[in-house]
Design a protein around this ligand. Sequence first.
Ligand SMILES: Cc1ncc(COP(=O)(O)O)c(C=O)c1O
Length: 424
Amino acid sequence: MTPEPQPTSQPQRIDRYVGQYAERAVGMVASEIRALFAVAARPEIVSLAGGSPYVAALPLEVVGDMVGQLIAGQGATALQYCTAQGDAGLRERICDVMALEQIRAHPDEVVVTVGSQQALDLMARIFVDPGDVVLVEAPSYVGALGAFASYQADVVHVAMDDDGLIPEALEEAIRRTAATGRRAKFLYTVPNFHNPAGVTLAAGRRHRILDICHRAGLLVVEDNPYGLLGFDGEPMRALRADDTDGVVYLGTFSKTFAAGVRVGWAVAPTAIREKLILAAESAVLCHSSFSQLTVREYLNTQPWHEQIKDFRELYRERRDATLSGLAGMMPSGCHWTRPAGGFYVWLRLPDGINAKAMLPRAISSRVAYVPGTGFYADGSGGQYARLCYSLPDPDRIGEGIRRLAAVIETEMQLRDDFGPMSAS
Ligand SMILES: Cc1ncc(COP(=O)(O)O)c(C=O)c1O
């Protein structure tokens, strides 16, 4: 009998450092959205998945000229290091932007960050020890969940309805946390045109939420990338406008100018701000001067209010196409939110249909969305899908929804024939 051939060396493990990572790195996994990006970018697929802004609507040549002049005139500053708190001129302009939501802030109170995503990371870095509770909406922004998970937070979801975070559910979450002998480190909320739920915290609930948090000594992190992209009336009054001690406000130019410049900011009570600056310094020394000065020049020299109006009109048209497509084509048993701004509709599928299990079939039918499971720390939310209408034009949106409706109908038929499906 011939002996089995022996391997000449140890079989190669996929990752030879697998046993050596810090505990916090073990839970770092690619988000549902990241995994989808590559396939959803194929031109034959109508992507209602990634939440990218439609930057092609910017006057790109004008922005290009502005950047050229910036380097020609101020290149020695734009290409140099700056302070970790960020460019003073930009921080002044940021205060003008926040004034649109009734926030009165001094430039000294502002910390510039690499998008608001970095502010989320820095907040978790300075507040969260492993096992600390962070309260977030149900569902919640996937990037925030990722940031909190990387500091091993114990994420507790708080229910929302069509008017945003439910005050009674927040009180209950605070009570339940206290019953375990703990106090949540902060409440993370996206009050306007929520990602992914598409809902907005009702004006009548805002004081109530602040009051509950104030009484519980609970810091609020107000993340507001979409506040200026409302389709009706004036921007809502920010939570921070009514509570400067209890609210850390996060803003970004990603959706109102350009996501690629990666400029966001945080406004925080003094002591927190100092920690944020120190944490930012150790993370990146300072942020890109070039990006910051690009945004500063843009705000100083371009009609940015008009550009935001243009974005609003563009996204309103896409929202309308989405809602009329859903109303006209979705099978019964589907329910969805009706956003008054921002990029997202939150679609609930008929009972027994799982958005994650259905995704490969949707991709084969050339339409992509993000399954709801990405927006819950515990992986629930399988009955939901996030539809993002910011990138495709209205005709493509209509076509995407037609394809999606057909996929759901087929799934319903399978469910009726073989019973409900699970995600795995
Ligand atoms: C709710 C929310 N917060 C934060 C971000 C991060 O934005 P950025 O880092 O581009 O400022 C996003 C991006 O989609 C978002 O939707």
